[in-house]
Design a protein around this ligand. Structure first.
Ligand code: TYD
Length: 210
């Protein structure tokens, strides 16, 4: 691994719920550190004030119009980038590589089930202007496989985890990748293979980054 190549790079992991993206994000962060790369692992929704509020909506304890929830995610993302304690923009500027479990493509895919994708993209324009990932890794799994994994691992299903919804979310991801193909660098990785095979494929892609 040429450490200079990944210095201050920004990696975003995306996928439907149950795709294994959180595991893969953690594996990449671990591997970067083992190679001597300074690396910060993080996720959205965040553990900050807006992210904490979002969890209340995801669990169904609080309710609001989908446009309100989409706006909260956009606000949480700006806080994720800019907050003074651990904002990721400053980390990148310090030369620290950042691996995030979800970023704005999650918003494009999940919220455009209910509202037009263009609106969601515009809503997140500040974030895309402040920090565009050097690479977005999409872990692609069949919605059936994802739901099986969710059922095994969790007691309750959150707001977005019904099959028809996951099918739509996956389609929306594909639509967003096509729509933004000119400006975004996206790698679609087959997540139906075993965990180690997926991790190897991602590592090869990351090592090959220019
Ligand atoms: P997830 O990473 O799956 O959290 P957990 O591991 O706790 O299930 O994210 C939680 C949910 O939030 C997931 O269903 C996707 C949704 N989400 C959005 O709807 N919009 C967004 O912008 C983001 C980041 C997530």
């Amino acid at each position: 691994m040429d450490q200079e190549r990944v210095r201050g790079k920004f990696f975003a992991f995306e996928g439907i719920d149950g795709s294994g993206k959180s595991t893969q994000a953690a594996l990449l962060a671990g591997r970067l550190r083992e190679s001597g790369v300074r690396c910060y692992g993080t996720m959205e929704p965040t553990g900050g004030p807006v992210g904490t509020l979002i969890r209340q909506f995801l669990s169904g304890r609080m309710k609001a119009d989908n446009r309100v929830i989409a706006s909260l995610f956009a606000a949480d993302r700006l806080d994720h980038l800019l907050n003074e304690v651990n904002g990721i923009k400053a980390k990148i500027e310090d030369g620290i590589a950042v691996v995030t479990d979800r970023y704005y493509f999650s918003s494009y895919a999940y919220h455009s089930v209910d509202v037009p994708m263009d609106w969601v993209i515009t809503l997140n324009e500040q974030s895309s202007q402040i920090l565009r990932p050097d690479l977005t890794v999409f872990i692609d799994v069949a919605p059936d496989v994802a739901l099986e994994r969710i059922a095994k691992n969790r007691f309750h299903q959150e707001l977005f985890e019904t099959k028809s919804r996951l099918v739509k979310v996956r389609e929306n991801y594909m639509r967003a990748f096509e729509r933004l193909g000119d400006v975004e660098k996206v790698a679609v990785v087959d997540g139906n293979q075993g965990q180690e095979a997926v991790a190897e494929e991602i590592w090869r892609i990351v090592k090959g980054l220019g």
